[in-house]
Design a protein around this ligand. Structure first.
Ligand SMILES: [Fe+2]
Length: 61
C-alpha cells in the first residue's frame, strides 16, 4: 500500500511542477486567462499532494 501511495505522491508532485511551470510561462507571456486556469489546477494538485502525504504520515493499516 505504501508503494502505491508513494507512486501517487510522485505523480502529484509532477503535476504540481507542471502547472507551476505553466503559471510562470503564462505570466511571462502576459496571458492572465491561462495563468488563472493554471493556478486553479495547481491549487487542486497541491491539495491532492497534501492529502496523499497525509496518508504516508498516518500509521499503516
Ligand atoms: Fe492530482
Amino acid at each position: 500500500m505504501r508503494t502505491v501511495v508513494e507512486g501517487v505522491i510522485e505523480a502529484e508532485s509532477d503535476a504540481v511542477s507542471t502547472y507551476q511551470e505553466l503559471v510562470d510561462l503564462a505570466e511571462d507571456a502576459d496571458d492572465p486567462v491561462t495563468e488563472d486556469l493554471a493556478a486553479e489546477l495547481l491549487a487542486d494538485e497541491e491539495e491532492h499532494l497534501v492529502e496523499f502525504e497525509g496518508f504516508l504520515a498516518s500509521p499503516e493499516k
